[in-house]
Design a protein around this ligand. Structure first.
Ligand code: GUN
Ligand code: ZN
Length: 430
């Protein structure tokens, strides 16, 4: 394959953060019928004129070309429990999730599961993700190896959990630290991979393990940290009982030195003003997971309150609590969650959070999230409509926001025509 590829279609990305409620936004960059020129895996130019014959041309005329989505919180082993009936968070973990994650102690399961998961992400138009594998070191090794094979930008780390979890799913502080250090050495900064110190959530780590995680972060500020916070009311109450010295659930992490600009905390539904101020001051971000929050009955995230407090918010599927790897479905759910609070999430705000916004919050704005020369060519190509209902809706849509909003509300992975990772075809609909 030639290293010079030209992708043609209707290019949409963002040059800034769209303001809340603005359907006409100067942050939107709309370049219909343009060529995206890619050389050596990176975008080198965007132009209306067709490039010369030295470029391998991929003609996606009439299709939407977007930066690949960034899913900032998702669990690779949980494809096995997606769409499991009838529970809230703590029962859901014990009934479905922990038993499924135990299988990942087996290297063959870890390898097969990682390949299935990453190929599924790509088939949903998601080219980068922040991922929880399992407590087993082999599950992290398998995930990193599979991501490297595919050339993907991926952030992950072995899950830390040394208590309140069944046999076969607990580590201990000493072995966990050794595993983390080995994984960091092997994978952090290797190709497009980065390591995240991965505290499952406060209840499953002892104070000693939280302190160890904090030391790892302090020793290397280029490491990420990922965890869950304030997702479910029974969970919040449990954390209060386990950590009576902490002011709040979030404060457990703050006291352990786990809040910093590379921290990604899923959910954050049950936070107060002091928590939001602490998030803002630390530079940590919330991975809002609306599909999961609805499915597990966790609650409605206050996006505007977070934004008003200066907290960065990205979007995540949280599969298998979430019911789809599709970021389109996730964006549509995010709209509905805000609608329940009387707020209106524009297509621009939602798409920005899933592309350029997430990239910036992860400190990766120079690499991914926009169609800008110099960025890696991680790109997804979408059909505007699948089926007669969406076809009709698109036919009568007028303004660009109307069209894009209907697309993201009606669309899913069936709309994806192709995905590219660093300019290489990574998915093509058959
Ligand atoms: N809290 C702790 N573990 C999990 C998990 O696997 N999924 C969700 N949604 N919340 C969690
Ligand atoms: Zn999660």
């Amino acid at each position: 394959m030639t290293a010079r590829v030209a992708i043609f279609g209707d290019l949409l990305d963002f040059t800034a953060e769209p303001a809340w409620g603005e359907t006409l936004s100067s942050a939107v960059r709309w370049r219909p019928a343009h060529w995206l020129l890619v050389e050596g895996g990176r975008i080198v130019a965007v132009q209306a004129d067709a490039p010369d014959a030295s470029w391998e041309r991929h003609d996606h005329a009439g299709r939407l070309v977007l930066p690949g989505f960034i899913d900032t919180h998702v669990h690779s082993p949980q494809l096995d429990v997606i769409a499991s009936y009838g529970t809230e968070l703590l029962d859901w973990l014990n009934t479905y999730t922990f038993p499924a994650e135990r299988r990942y102690a087996d290297p063959a399961q870890a390898e097969a599961g990682a390949a299935l998961f990453l190929d599924a992400l790509l088939a949903h138009g998601t080219t980068s993700a922040v991922v929880f594998p399992t407590v087993h070191k082999v599950s992290a090794d398998a995930l990193f190896a599979a991501a490297a094979q595919r050339g993907m930008r991926l952030i992950a780390g072995k899950v830390l959990m040394d208590r309140h979890a069944p046999d076969g799913l607990r580590d201990d502080v000493v072995q966990a630290e050794r595993d983390c250090r080995e994984l960091i050495e092997r994978w952090h900064g290797h190709e497009r991979l980065a390591y995240a110190v991965t505290v499952r959530f406060a209840p499953t780590s002892s104070p000693e393990q939280l302190a160890m995680a904090g030391r790892l972060c302090a020793q290397d500020p280029t490491l990420y940290m990922q965890t869950h916070v304030a997702e479910n009311r029974a969970e919040v109450q449990w954390v209060r009982e386990l950590f009576p010295e902490a002011r709040s659930y979030l404060d457990v992490y703050a006291r352990a030195g786990l809040l910093h600009p590379r921290s990604v905390l899923a959910h954050g539904i049950w936070l107060d003003d002091a928590d939001r101020a602490a998030l803002r001051d630390s530079g940590a971000q919330i991975a809002h997971s609306p599909s999961s929050n609805l499915f597990l009955g966790s609650g409605l995230f206050g996006w505007r309150a977070a934004e008003a407090a200066g907290v960065a918010v990205s979007l995540a599927t949280d599969v298998g609590g979430g019911t789809s790897l599709s970021m389109l479905r996730t964006l549509a759910d995010a709209y509905k969650v805000q609608a329940m609070a009387g707020e209106r999430l524009t297509a621009w705000k939602a798409l920005h959070a899933a592309t350029r916004g997430a990239a910036r919050s992860l400190g990766l704005g120079d690499e991914i999230g926009s169609l800008e020369p110099g960025r890696h060519a991680d790109v997804a190509v979408w059909d505007w409509a699948v089926g007669p209902v969406a076809g009709r809706r698109m036919a009568v849509a007028q303004a660009l926001h109307e069209q894009v909003f209907a697309w993201l509300t009606l669309g899913d992975e069936r709309n994806l025509a192709a995905a590219y990772v660093a300019g290489r075809p990574a998915y093509r609909r058959s």
